[in-house]
Design a protein around this ligand. Structure first.
Ligand code: PEP
Length: 255
């Protein structure tokens, strides 16, 4: 059976940015994409407070909505936390998990991320699982082993191309304006694909999307998105403005 190339996806991570005043950008995104052919899937992940509103504003558009984290349990005495089922209830279809900012500021381990991925699947969400090395780890030549360890520990066995996306995000590239070279990105994405092949059947391995994230913007996205095994991007800063975000989305030939 021929292996199918995955459809690329661009996911915007608004992080802790955005109040109702920012909804104009969402309105603009929907208007700019209205009736325009696009060559990728698009997801916007606003802060939790805006998910339902953004979802409702985007109904009828092709832009989906996602969360930025979830709790492993479906409900309970976990003050301040949000269950995957709650994200789903607000209209989310995706959830970013294991972002380096969650790992760093909230001490999230691979094991916890794995439980959250299982929770996302339980709720019918696609988990966007983030992995990536710090600058010290890169300087020590540990990029591939670090990413391999995170991947091994952060995804359960039953992942599919529908329920899971992997995002390679070098920690030192996030928000810094710096990116790895295209050869470095290619090497890590290939290593991730090879590792997936050890756990998954060939169809699933080929179909799982591996995104690059870290200072992606319209000016550098074309070169990054053309790298083999890069199936889209996880975009922070450049997803906050409709013009920048659509500048990346528009790089894919419509299909
Ligand atoms: C991110 O936080 O996932 C990210 C990629 O951020 P930025 O694009 O701003 O580097």
């Amino acid at each position: 059976m021929a292996l199918i190339e995955p459809r690329p996806i661009i996911i915007g991570n608004w992080k802790m940015n955005g109040t109702s005043e920012s909804l104009g950008e969402i309105r603009l995104m929907a208007a700019m994409l209205d009736g325009v052919a696009i060559g990728c899937e698009v997801v916007v992940c606003p802060p939790a407070t805006l998910i339902r509103t953004v979802h409702e504003m985007l109904s009828g558009s092709r832009i989906k909505t996602g969360g930025q984290d979830c709790h492993p349990e479906p409900q309970g005495a976990f003050t301040g936390d949000i269950a995957a089922e709650m994200l789903r209830d607000c209209g989310a279809t995706h959830v970013i998990l294991g972002h380096s900012e969650r790992r760093h500021y909230h001490g999230e381990t691979d094991a916890l991320v794995c439980r959250k991925v299982t929770a996302a699947h339980r709720a019918g969400l696609t988990a966007v699982v983030c992995i990536g090395e710090t600058e010290d780890e890169r300087d020590a030549g540990q990029t591939v082993p670090v990413v391999a360890r995170q991947l091994a520990g952060s995804i359960p066995d039953n992942v599919s191309a529908e329920n899971t996306i992997i995002a390679y995000e070098p920690v030192w590239a996030i928000g810094s304006g710096r990116t790895p070279t295209t050869d470095e990105i290619k090497q890590v994405h290939q290593a991730i694909r090879d590792q997936l092949a050890e756990r998954l059947d060939p169809q699933t391995t080929a179909a799982i999307r591996i995104l690059y994230g870290g200072s992606m913007k319209p000016a550098n996205a074309g070169a990054i998105l053309a790298i083999p095994d890069v199936n889209g991007g996880l975009v922070g800063q450049a997803s906050l403005k409709a013009k920048d975000f659509l500048g990346i989305i528009g790089l894919f030939a419509p299909n």
